[in-house]
Design a protein around this ligand. Structure first.
Ligand SMILES: [Fe+2]
Ligand SMILES: [Fe+2]
Length: 142
C-alpha cells in the first residue's frame, strides 16, 4: 500500500519482484514436471499478474510520470511499446500449457523471463530518480 514518502520507483520495484517470484514459481513447476492442472494454475497467476502490471503502467504509472516529467515520459515510451509483445508472449505460453505442451513452453518461458528482467531493470533505472510526491509542504498560499 502506498504511504507517505512512497515513490513510484518503489511501487514499480515491488510489483516487479512479485512478478519475478511468479516467473520462478512457473519455471520450477515446469522443471519438476508438475501435473497439468497445477502448471495451468501457475501460468494463469503469472499471466494475470503480468497483465495487471502492464495495465497499471500503461494507464496509471506512465501517464503520471509523463505529466510530471515529459522528458522521462519520452524515455519510457520504448518500454511501453514493448508491452503488447510481452502480453502476447505470456498468452502464448499459457496457451501452450493449456494444450498440454509443457516442453514447448519451457524455452519460451525462459526467453520471456530474460527479456522481462531486462525490461524491468530498464524501467527501474529510469524511475529511480523520481522522489515522493510533495504534500503541501511548499504551499505558500496561506
Ligand atoms: Fe513495463
Ligand atoms: Fe514494469
Amino acid at each position: 500500500m502506498a504511504g507517505r514518502g512512497e515513490t513510484i520507483g518503489r511501487l514499480v520495484g515491488r510489483a516487479h519482484r512479485r512478478l519475478d517470484a511468479l516467473f520462478v514459481e512457473l519455471r520450477d513447476a515446469l522443471a519438476e514436471g508438475e501435473e497439468h492442472r497445477s502448471l495451468l494454475a501457475c501460468a494463469a497467476r503469472l499471466r494475470e499478474a503480468m497483465e495487471e502490471h502492464l495495465d497499471q503502467e500503461d494507464e496509471l504509472f506512465w501517464p503520471a510520470v509523463r505529466a510530471l516529467d515529459p522528458e522521462m515520459g519520452r524515455r519510457l515510451r520504448g518500454f511501453a511499446e514493448e508491452h503488447p509483445g510481452l502480453r502476447a508472449r505470456i498468452v502464448e505460453i499459457h496457451a501452450k500449457l493449456s494444450d498440454g505442451a509443457p516442453a514447448d513452453a519451457l524455452p519460451a518461458l525462459d526467453a520471456l523471463a530474460e527479456d522481462f528482467a531486462a525490461h524491468e531493470a530498464g524501467e527501474e533505472a529510469l524511475v529511480a530518480v523520481i522522489g515522493p510526491p510533495r504534500r503541501g509542504g511548499d504551499d505558500t498560499s496561506r
